[in-house]
Design a protein. Structure first.
Ligand SMILES: [Zn+2]
Length: 695
């Protein structure tokens, strides 16, 4: 339920903290904007916008300027700060009221030209609407309950019944100058008794001359709409019981994710998945009309950018049969192409079609799965899908869910000002891919993860030691943020533990495309003195552990059907062994041979298998190499050398005279992942060791 969260003490704190720099009006605007942003029943992920009209003093001329501080693009109301509400000179905006025609680009140009700070983010596409209304504070949301009532055949009557007659109601109008004019006209026609404007199929604006009143009106109108919808929700729905056992996320997501990937010469474009399995979402998936509701449009057109207009429905039949699942995706893609072809004449310049793949799937008996280029995009789509499905279920219980027609949704989806919200950043080369790196708590594992993350991949780092993983997590979170990687404990010598780790990786990101079996230990001993138990331990981790890791991931790669890359860690010791290091060298030679066999066996499913032969990599104090800490001193003593000279010894013996860093190994891994025409190969990363040259 939407609730009034306004707290006078909290409001005073905002004024005390922000007021001295930006003034009381803007401080309170930030406060109630955050209150709106905190409630997912009002807005989701960057949706909605707010403004305040206030005066600022020009620092140079000393004159007072009347400005509109309005939400800038790229800011989320939940976390907005004064910088997210850039000031625009109000008077030039007001002069645009009543002009005959104002093209979108010209509007943006005019608004940007009025910014006091030219470097500020571009103000909301609804800036003119905020400027044309006279009130000092204006709040705009896409509240679920308002959308439930307005996406109905008799939406206007329902809103009138729910909210009474102090509310103006407008049909769907594209945001921009025409909507701003229409809202101002509607307000003026009704006069000062007007407390809010509801836009059918879109959302609601409230306004007042103080921050609290405008916010409270928003909350009260939305709560009223919620209560009204609840009392009108009388239609029951037929729910079909789930046929057979429901799929687990670990089993389902790779199949689904593989089916929605887009094939390509340089490897497929893959998506990261985010699954939601709350009880009411499962119930939605079992509705008799689930597929029909999936085909209807969004609660508010803003959502098309994140979720596309319609969702893919995956029924029991498609769950059982991979060919049927692919056919269902193909039907979705065809229907998207049909929609684009039918509507593209509406755009001034024929636009380029966005990718036609679904972003949300409703899976019978399972729940919802959303897809994105990265975990954040998938999470946003999943959050919106949760609200949308609950909203559609409620709307169907109230009456009948009826979204905007396809043409209007197309206008929003292909509106240049809307697409600008997604940004123009180039897609990283490994975007949408998921990597599993074992031995992730050590120096090399950290270096590999760092380079994979830099290339845009998602990474699960698995290690025996939770403590070592903590150090790696701190470093990677600092460099890449926390959303694209996760850590898992695993014992690579234990089949069940490896299987569990693979399942958790699939449940978290939707599957696995890149496997880097990197866990390794060493033991220094001549063959003559070798303790057989120590030898077995080394073979168990380095060779059997590699086998178990690859073996557990193959079914995932197979069910995705989109190829993949396995990059093993060999060792410089494979081509150029050293005395006293038999256990390690033999285990790594075995792993290298295993890689060649895997390359043979997995080529038919498009999976490349390659090996990196690195020489000694030590890491640093924060993330050291556990292996070298243990065996380094013994290796030096075995050579009759001082253990303190360990790093210098390896550096100086190389042809290039340089140490091998974790990042060097990581770059070799990324190279093999990108080299989709290379398999069964080995690449030395050893700064040049002549004895390791191929013979
Ligand atoms: Zn809006």
């Amino acid at each position: 339920m939407v609730a009034n969260l306004y707290d006078a003490g909290e409001a005073r704190d905002f004024v005390a903290r922000l007021g001295p720099d930006c003034g009381e009006d803007l401080a309170l605007r930030v406060y109630t904007s955050q209150l709106i942003g905190r409630d997912p029943g009002l807005v989701l992920h960057g949706g909605g916008n707010t403004s305040v009209k206030t005066a600022v003093r020009d620092a140079v001329t000393g004159e007072d300027l009347e400005v509109l501080c309005v939400k800038g693009s790229g800011w989320d109301l939940a976390t907005i700060e004064p910088a997210g509400l850039p000031a625009v000179r109000l008077e030039p905006l007001r002069r645009l009221r009543g002009v005959a025609r104002l093209a979108d680009e010209e509007m943006v140009h005019r608004v940007r030209a009025g910014l006091l700070d030219p470097a500020a983010p571009t103000p909301s596409v609804e800036t003119l609407l905020h400027a044309f209304l006279p009130h000092r504070f204006i709040d705009h949301t896409h509240a679920d309950a308002i959308c439930v009532l307005t996406n109905q055949p008799d939406g206007e009557a329902l809103i009138r019944d729910a909210l009474g007659d102090r509310v103006a109601i407008l049909p769907w109008i594209m945001p921009g100058h025409p909507l701003a004019e229409a809202v101002a006209d509607a307000f003026e026609a009704m006069g000062p008794s007007c407390e809010a404007v509801v836009l059918l199929h879109h959302g609601i604006f409230t306004f007042a001359d103080d921050a609290e009143s405008s916010y409270v009106r928003m909350v009260e109108h939305c709560a009223r709409a919620e209560r009204f919808a609840a009392t009108r929700a009388v239609r029951s729905v037929h729910v079909v019981p789930a046929a057979g056992a429901c799929a687990s996320a670990a089993d389902l997501l790779p199949r689904l994710r593989g089916a929605v990937a887009i094939g390509g010469e340089d490897g497929p474009r893959r998506f990261v998945a985010d699954a939601r399995t709350a009880g009411d979402l499962v119930a939605f998936s079992l509705r008799e009309d689930a597929a029909a509701l999936c085909a209807t449009g969004p609660l508010t057109p803003d959502h098309v950018l994140r979720t596309k207009s319609s969702y893919l429905f995956v029924g029991a039949e498609e769950l059982r049969d991979p060919a049927a699942l692919r056919a269902a995706v193909a039907r979705y893609v065809d229907s998207y192409r049909g929609y684009f072809d039918a509507c593209r004449h509406r755009a001034a310049k024929t636009p380029t079609m966005l990718d036609p793949q679904p972003r949300v799937a409703v899976v019978e008996g399972f729940g919802v799965c959303a897809f994105g280029d990265d975990a954040k995009a998938a999470r946003i789509a999943a959050d919106i899908a949760e609200h949308t499905l609950r909203g559609k279920a409620l709307a169907a219980a109230v009456g009948a869910y009826r979204a905007l027609p396809a043409e209007d949704l197309f206008d929003m989806e292909y509106w240049s000002l809307e697409q600008a919200k997604l940004g123009k950043a180039a897609r990283p080369s490994l975007a949408g891919q998921v990597a599993l790196v074992t031995g992730g708590g050590g120096a090399i594992g950290c270096g590999i993860a760092d380079e994979l993350l830099r290339a845009g991949a998602h990474v699960v780092l698995a290690d025996l030691s939770a403590e070592r993983l903590d150090a790696v997590r701190r470093r990677l979170a600092g460099a890449h943020g926390a959303s694209r990687f996760a850590t898992e404990t695993v014992d690579v010598t234990d089949e069940a533990s490896v299987a569990d780790c693979v399942a958790r990786t699939c449940a978290r990101f939707g599957g696995i495309d890149i496997v880097v079996p990197n866990a390794g230990i060493a033991h220094v001993s001549t063959i003559e003195d070798m303790d057989p138990a120590a030898f077995r331990r080394v073979v168990d981790v380095n060779l059997t552990g590699t086998l178990l890791t690859i073996r557990a991931v193959i079914p995932v790669l197979r069910s995705q059907g989109t190829g993949g890359a396995i990059v093993l860690q060999g060792s410089k010791n494979v081509p150029a062994p050293g005395a006293g290091f038999g256990a390690y060298s033999a285990s790594k030679a075995g792993a290298t041979q295993l890689a060649r066999i895997a390359a043979l066996e997995l080529a038919p499913i498009g999976v490349t298998v390659n090996t990196v032969h690195a020489d000694a990599v030590f890491g640093d104090d924060e993330v050291p190499s556990g292996l070298w800490a243990e065996v380094g001193p013994d290796r030096m003593r075995a050579r009759g050398l001082d253990p303190d000279g360990l790093r210098a010894f390896y550096r100086d013996r190389s042809l290039l005279g340089r140490s091998v860093r974790p990042a060097d190994v990581g770059r070799a891994v990324v190279f093999f992942v990108q080299a989709t025409r290379t398999t069964g190969a080995a690449l030395p990363v050893d700064a040049g060791v002549a004895e390791a040259f191929p013979r």
